[in-house]
Design a protein around this ligand. Structure first.
Ligand SMILES: C[S@@+](CC[C@H](N)C(=O)[O-])C[C@H]1O[C@@H](n2cnc3c(N)ncnc32)[C@H](O)[C@@H]1O
Length: 403
């Protein structure tokens, strides 16, 4: 590229970067000056080589870095919006020692900007191709100080611990003990944690041997690979309808559930307010006893076989032959919506009743952002009988307090 050409690209990138920062501030993804300054400094387009500048700087856009042989995405440069939210959650300070799990280069460069010359950033990825790519991008953009490592992050990076912050950028089904023990005693772990089929980026502070959450946000990430990988069970009821669960105790009879779907639908509208859908969904998933999620194609929705909530996946209360899911409808002429339940199968009535009670409980007592506080105990022994909303993991247990 000619000198004039590269100057023009650089000027356009600067302009797009300023616009991105403005938008991220307006959307309250960026909340602090230190995070704004990092986003304003790092040339994001240098971590998306070959992509149009507009793509690199789209606040909600992702850039695929690698797919597997079947086309499944293994690695992406995450959306700037999500990176800003997580960087704010991490509350990183100058001079800190930070570990990033899952590399791409860009997020590590943002972290390096925040920790400054006295701080240290290490980024680890299980995939050597991703590390090679991240290393090249970091060097091109002038972030030679960021350390890159190929390893399965299940075991952390013991040789460089302890870390003031660990920021995980792949969806984790569990929290390996290394991510707790390799934190400083007042350290923070930010992790997109899968709980009953939902992913939330949780900012956990270390609390002795365990963790306690300070904040959680909606998040979407590629799944963790390696020792921490977890495959959720998926049953295809018919073309365009699938049920998925991570709970081994949930029994799914494909034929019986498909028959239930073909049968009549029972609707219950208990007078619960529909609001903050991601909070409502979290409360339902954690407070119902046997959950899975149902996913439907646009055709299935258009044919009125399932309600629109199933397009992105919605939590169901399920037995072998029946299931219930939540729906919404306009409530009167106020512009508000109410939550209801649609149930199918021989046990429709009892499932709808249970689901409706949970919707009412949320609507009456917890209808707001951030009502949950999560605790992670590496060993659940001594906790006594676990409540319905406790989530058993391989290495420990998540418990939830609602307030
Ligand atoms: C969303 S990408 C990371 C994005 C990156 N942080 C950025 O700056 O845009 C997720 C990455 O996690 C990596 N990954 C998945 N499982 C891992 C594991 N067990 N240990 C380390 N890295 C892992 C994947 O190879 C993938 O590159």
């Amino acid at each position: 590229m000619s000198q004039t050409g590269s100057t023009a690209v650089s000027a356009q990138a600067d302009e797009l970067r300023r616009a991105m920062v403005r938008e991220l501030r307006e959307q309250e993804a960026i909340r602090t000056e230190v995070v704004a300054a990092a986003f304003a400094s790092v040339p994001r387009h240098l971590f998306a080589p070959g992509e149009p500048l507009e793509t690199a700087y789209a606040p909600h856009g992702t850039v695929v870095a690698k797919r597997d042989a079947d086309g499944l995405v293994l690695s992406v440069m995450s959306a700037a919006h999500l990176q800003a939210v997580m960087l704010e959650q991490a509350s990183v300070e100058p001079g800190m020692c930070v570990l990033e799990v899952g590399s791409g280069g860009y997020n590590a460069a943002l972290l390096q900007e925040v920790v400054g010359p006295e701080g240290r950033v290490t980024t680890v990825d299980i995939d050597p191709d991703i590390i090679t790519r991240a290393r090249t991008c970091l060097d091109t953009a002038g972030y030679e100080r960021v350390r890159t490592l190929t390893a399965d992050a299940e075991f952390g990076v013991p040789q460089l611990a302890a870390f003031d912050r660990i920021v995980v950028t792949a969806a984790a089904w569990d929290i390996p003990s290394s991510w707790i023990s390799q934190l400083t005693l007042d350290g923070r772990l930010v992790v997109p944690l899968r709980m009953r089929g939902l992913t939330r980026s949780v900012a956990f502070d270390r609390d002795g041997d365990g963790l306690v959450s300070r904040d959680y946000r909606l998040a979407r990430f590629v799944p963790m690979q390696g020792r921490g990988a977890f495959t959720e069970r998926k049953v295809l009821l018919r073309e365009g309808v699938a049920i998925q669960t991570d709970d081994p105790a949930v029994r799914l009879d494909k034929q019986a559930l498909d028959e239930a779907l073909s049968g009549p639908a029972l609707e219950v509208w208990p007078g619960a307010v529909w609001d903050f859908p991601d909070e409502l969904e979290l409360f339902a998933a954690l407070n119902l006893p046997r959950v899975a999620s149902i996913h439907a194609s646009q055709r299935i929705i258009d044919e009125d076989v399932l309600g629109p909530a199933a397009l992105l996946g919605v939590t169901i209360l399920v037995t072998e032959d029946s299931f219930a899911y939540r729906a919404k409808r306009a409530s009167g002429s106020t512009g508000e919506y109410e939550s209801g339940v649609i149930a199918h199968g021989p046990q429709a009535e009892s499932l709808a009743k249970q689901y409706a009670e949970v919707l009412l409980r949320w609507s009456d007592a917890y209808r707001r952002r951030g009502a949950a506080t999560f605790r992670y105990r590496p060993d659940a022994a001594g906790l006594g009988p676990l409540p319905t909303d406790a989530v058993a993991k391989r290495h420990g247990t998540v418990t939830v307090t609602w307030s």
